[in-house]
Write a protein that binds this ligand. Structure first.
Ligand code: NAP
Length: 279
């Protein structure tokens, strides 16, 4: 029998020092007793076209792609998962058996799993969903909610053209509404999602009045630094259930790890605590 081969993967971005991915994947490599490593791959803008073709030759099974390369990398891989093509960005590359590169985007998977982990009876079709923001995270969130059967997604973005473009591209059930209507648009929703950067560490809180939000609505924020954004704190204060962005971060890593190392890893309480401690 051949000895198990050394598995190499990493996170490719610029900068990458802040990435939590090495901690997550290294934990799983150790937990499952695998031979391998997950390393930082700082690649400056402009160098991506040189770095990616080197992955196979260097023995990498793949890598995660983070800012600012998520869109550019999509155009440099040999094949694209259908979901990544719809989202328009990749966060994972898997080196295929023949050395070619295939791009994936697991953010939508991670997002839906994070909701199910927090609320196993959660359903996308429970009622209208209001999504704030129309950037990269919004694309993954909106598509995954639509795929899970959401019947009405009210999309509101500070720059209205971006929300409208996304609604045009994805079609029903996505409907763009003016940013000025974000407070009133919360009436009768089953879920509110923040995908803007507002409320993130170093950013002001999201300017949103929750008065119209039903108390049974779930409030989700994809931000995980801090874990409790001002939006989530205000929602909890008035009695709404909340889900932060940490579960999305942890869950998006699982399919990539499985593709590289052959094990679908679990999010243990120990892993969650370790990542929380570093936030
Ligand atoms: P992005 O593509 O740059 O989009 C940023 C969004 O925030 C845009 O919709 C932008 O609106 C909005 N925004 C920025 N400043 C605003 C303001 N002052 N008022 C209202 N809206 C404002 O960023 P992204 O990649 O989608 O990331 C967004 C957030 O999601 C970040 O906090 C990121 O950390 C988080 N995230 C979390 C995960 C996870 O795994 N949990 C994954 C991805 C991203 P305009 O279009 O008007 O500029």
């Amino acid at each position: 029998m051949n000895p198990p081969s050394y598995g190499l993967a990493g996170v490719l971005g610029w900068p990458v020092a802040h990435s939590r991915s090495p901690k997550i994947h290294s934990y799983w490599i150790s937990k499952y007793g695998l031979l391998g490593a997950y390393v930082q791959l700082p690649v400056a803008p402009g160098q991506l076209g040189l770095a990616l073709p080197g992955l196979a030759a260097l023995g990498f099974r793949g890598c995660n792609i983070t800012l600012p390369h998520k869109v550019d990398a999509l155009h440099l891989v040999d094949a694209l998962d259908a979901n990544a093509a719809r989202i328009g960005a990749i966060n994972t590359i898997v080196v295929q058996g023949d050395g070619s590169l295939k791009g994936f985007n697991n953010d939508g998977f991670g997002y839906i799993q994070s909701l199910l982990d927090a609320k196993p009876d959660w359903r996308a079709d429970a009622g209208p969903v209001a999504v704030l923001g129309a950037g990269g995270a919004a694309r993954a969130v909106v598509l995954s909610l639509a795929d899970r059967g959401a019947r009405e997604i009210r999309l509101l973005n500070r720059t209205p053209e971006k929300a409208q473009a996304l609604a045009n591209e994805f079609g029903a059930p996505v409907r763009a509404l003016p940013w000025s209507q974000r407070h009133a648009a919360l009436a009768d929703v089953a879920m509110l999602v923040n995908t803007t950067s507002q409320g993130m560490q170093g950013q002001p809180a999201l300017d949103l009045d929750l008065a119209a939000l039903p108390l049974h609505a779930l409030v989700s924020d994809v931000i995980y630094v801090p874990m409790q954004t001002p939006l989530l704190a205000a929602a909890r204060q008035r009695g709404n259930a909340t889900v932060n962005g940490l579960g999305m971060l942890l869950n998006q890593a699982r399919p990539a790890f499985e593709a590289w190392f052959g094990v679908m890893p679990e999010i243990t309480a120990e892993l969650r605590r370790a990542i929380e401690a570093g936030l």
